[in-house]
Design a protein around this ligand. Sequence first.
Ligand code: GLV
Ligand code: MN
Ligand code: MN
Length: 424
Amino acid sequence: MNTVNNLMTAIEDTGRDERRGGYSRPVYSSAELDLREWFTIEAQQRGLAVEQDHNGILWAWWDMPDDGRSLEQTRRGALVTGSHLDSVPGGGAFDGPLGVASALAAVDVLKSREQDGSLQRNRALAVAVFPEEEGSRFGVACLGSRLLAGAIEPEKALSLRDADGNTFADIARANGLNPDLMGRDEQVLARIGDFVELHVEQGRGLNTEEFTDHAGRGPAVAVASSILGHGRWRFSISGQGNHAGTTLMSDRADPMVAAAQLVLAVRKTAAAQSDARATIGRVEPVPGGTNVIASRVDVWMDVRHPDDAVTAMLVEKIHGQAQKVAALEGCTVQLTEESYSGTVHFDSALQRSLEQSTARTVPGAPVLATGAGHDAGVLAASVPTGMLFVRNPSGISHSPEEYVEDDDARLGVDALVDALQDLL
Ligand code: GLV
Ligand code: MN
Ligand code: MN
């Protein structure tokens, strides 16, 4: 039987980023396509039937034994688990792939239990792989699940561009998808009875004093309660492109100077608001030359807070500050919201079921809120969803240093197996 550790080892060389460190696996890059291929083969070797839906989501089906019903009928209300295979630039090995590998490992155990009679299934099970969870190529996180759930207009999604100027429509087409068929898919949604996503914990939630033992070790698994509301905004600050050597300091309208002040304003504003997080993680000067005063700087901002009204207030406040620092530098600023996901509370009945099963497998497993976004959060508006988190000793994520210990990954699979068995 392939353990989750073996499965993770099998993909440890795929998409390594020598420059940034860690992994860069943007959606529909050769690395992500290789991982999809790996997933497809692993799923088929387990007797699962793999298909891709109109939104590029992979589904690996373990159907009910033939009882005369149509395939469509057996798949309605199925139990679904899985996660994503794409990564942020220079990300860790576990964010996404751990949930997919754990799902495959869980299928192994559940199949052997069915064979020895210790599992009686009442529903079909599917493992799903969602594309562009990170939004690292086209800018909108959870693009696959958003399309499926109708949480983004297909026209908007299709017109998104990557850093090379390719539209999502072009890339989708090049990967065998029909852009005309993308968008909310009632038939696929009707197949999901419950969705349980296992994921690496991405903060220090399992390592707080409240949960750690005398050796400073927290429990291996937690059950999710909620996801912080979060969104992405783009400031475009325009000034006067010019020569670095001939333009007097007093004659400049340099959008990079305004951008620098904006970065500091974001930090200060978020730090003054309890529970707020705000980040500038990406800045792009146009045209971007050492001896060129930029004509425009695009600044991407990520803001998160449990209260959606507070998030809106923070963005408004920061927008005002951006206008002020831009004006002082003789620049103008335009703000565009690229995506927003309100705070999500996971389905209470599913959460209770996960708490009960996990308490048996990992005694003391706590219930945690998370500041990270997930496809389970987007799908929560359409179907019951829940999540399990696996301990991350340092709490570091979206970094090459993200880490999960082998024993914890195996305990994560044990917890997932028991959770799925209770729900099957
Ligand atoms: C995804 O991991 C996010 O929270 O941005
Ligand atoms: Mn992530
Ligand atoms: Mn993730």
